[in-house]
Design a protein around this ligand. Structure first.
Ligand code: NAG
Ligand code: NAG
Ligand code: NAG
Ligand code: NAG
Ligand code: NAG
Ligand code: ZN
Length: 469
């Protein structure tokens, strides 16, 4: 596949010049410069032409990055939980916060909002009950009367009452907060030694949050607050993957999301809006999947603009692969109905397994984008298809590191993909779970960790433009 014919011409030309250079064994410096130029122009943003102001800003930016790279404790090489405060204090990060970042296209509904807000705002509301699970987690429910017992959970206690009898409420708040996120001040590698352990804690935290936000008045405030956090971080548009709480009518949930989005956009006219990707957990069986796909098609008809499409969530390594659901996922195209897919695919290190085929299968099902695509470098055919069709990867650097797919972000596949301008966007997946917020921390990791000293303001521009495209 001839992707860069003109570049090959340059390379060939240079090689013949190199021969003319003659008998000297030292490579021709001009040839070398030309090759460096070619490589630089191939990266994400490598073709962006900068005006004078941008060039000035760029040299400031690169100076700041140089300082960052010289640090002994280089943040992208460290676990994000340990690096977060270093990043937060970095002048480069402050600048990245101000940069318009375009759209955040891979964000989950239950992990959009800082847990500090959940604790300070939501858990102080009346009628909130809490119970303690067998697996050292907690569950919540808002109820006007004593709620029914949950399996594997202690009897419910009214949180208001518990607070009144607790000597140190700061300690109580902190322990609640620790249940709502996987971020920790302790050593993450000790606390979460394996992918199994961290995924277990991650799903527990989701369930704890779910009880807080599936109460209608909280739900609307929560989502508004989520939009606010991204907007404040200079994100102009969002696509939210939503589980849509079971015990509410899903039409109601979508309508509520839509109304809150409208309200937020009216309050912040420079915000562009948001759309929803309806999701289901990949642990369900075929029968459930068939009815969920039916429901998704129905919702897509009811909310043709607001609902972007459909996806499966949950740990790929443990859930069922896409191919397992091939009949159910073919329903829309069998009926000539439109249900765009936004599949998570390739969020795995299990090379060669059934799950590892998700990338190719997602593309066979005409996915509009690929969630993560972490395994793409090991699938040259999938990679070529994604490039040719412009199916962008939604790369979530911090998520992949925290969930133990890669330690040092300089070794993340995104670094190689950015070097060749593969279609990709940067996103934050579950910022509240990882102790980050908005999009800037992930932009930092991509800009400093993936891009090293070579990525520049053109890269930032192109990443934002990719997300809008
Ligand atoms: C909680 O958030 C809502 C919505 O943003 C706000 O109106 C309310 O004042 C907040 N309450 C507290 C206690 O912070
Ligand atoms: C409550 O606990 C926190 C954290 O352990 C501690 O810093 C604080 O001093 C305690 N406050 C009181 C009133 O004991
Ligand atoms: C969750 O909260 C409970 C109750 O406050 C506490 O005992 C437990 O240690 C917390 N879990 C974590 C992981 O901090
Ligand atoms: C599929 O899952 C649902 C819900 O968990 C269950 O009620 C149903 O019996 C399952 N069907 C099959 C065929 O296993
Ligand atoms: C994918 O797109 C191709 C080309 O438009 C089409 O022939 C095929 O039926 C589509 N497959 C599915 C599953 O939507
Ligand atoms: Zn995700």
């Amino acid at each position: 596949m001839e992707v860069f014919p003109q570049r090959h011409l340059v390379v060939t030309l240079c090689m013949s010049l190199c021969c003319l250079w003659g008998v000297l064994s030292m490579p021709d410096p001009k040839y070398r410069d030309a090759l460096i130029q070619i490589e630089a122009s191939m990266q994400t943003g490598g073709q962006v032409v900068l005006d004078e102001d941008e060039k000035r800003l760029n040299s400031r930016l690169l100076q700041m990055k140089q300082k960052e790279v010289m640090r002994a404790d280089f943040p992208p090489a460290m676990h994000f939980f340990k690096a977060r405060d270093l990043i937060k204090e970095s002048p480069l990060f402050s600048l990245l916060q101000k940069v318009p970042k375009g759209a955040a296209l891979h964000v989950h509904d239950l992990a959009m909002v800082d847990v500090e807000w959940l604790v300070k705002n939501v858990t102080y509301r009346p009628y909130l009950y809490m119970c303690f699970t067998n697996s050292q987690s907690i569950r919540f429910i808002f109820s006007s009367e004593w709620p029914k017992l949950l399996p594997y959970c202690s009897p419910w206690v009214l949180l208001e009452k518990l607070r009144a009898t607790t000597i140190n409420s700061t300690e109580l708040d902190d322990s609640i907060k620790r249940n709502l996120t996987i971020f920790t001040d302790l050593d993450p590698d000790v606390l979460y030694p394996t992918q199994d352990v961290i995924w277990g804690r991650f799903e527990q935290a989701f369930l704890a949050v779910l009880g807080l936000v599936s109460y209608a008045p909280v739900f609307t405030d929560y989502y508004y607050q989520g939009l606010r956090e991204f907007y404040t971080d200079n994100v102009m548009y969002l696509e939210v993957r939503a589980l849509l709480p079971e015990h509410h009518d899903k039409t109601w949930a979508l309508k509520t999301y839509q109304e809150v989005t409208k309200q937020f956009t009216a309050d912040h006219p420079d915000f562009f809006g948001a759309r929803l990707i309806f999701t289901v957990h990949r642990g369900v069986n075929s029968t459930v999947m068939a009815s969920v796909v039916e429901e998704a098609m129905k919702l897509k008809r009811e909310f043709p603009d607001f609902m972007a499409g459909f996806d499966l969530v949950g740990r790929e390594d443990q859930g069922r692969p896409l191919w397992y659901f091939r009949n159910e996922l073919s329903l829309p195209s069998d009926r000539g109905l439109q249900l765009p897919f936004y599949f998570h695919a390739g969020e795995t290190n299990l090379e060669g397994s059934e799950v590892d085929q998700n990338l190719l299968d997602a593309l066979l099902f005409n996915t509009s984008r690929l969630g993560h695509g972490f395994a793409l470098l090991r699938h040259p055919v999938a990679k070529e298809l994604s490039k040719k069709r412009g199916v962008a990867l939604e790369i979530c650097p911090i998520s992949n590191q925290v969930m133990k797919l890669v330690d040092d972000l300089r070794n993340h596949p995104g670094a190689a993909l950015m070097a060749e301008d593969h279609p990709l966007v940067i996103s934050s997946d579950d910022p509240a779970m990882f102790g980050s917020s908005g999009l800037s921390y992930d932009f930092y990791q991509a800009f400093v960790g993936f891009g090293g000293l070579r990525s520049n303001i053109g890269t930032l521009k192109e990443l934002a433009m990719n997300s809008i495209r």
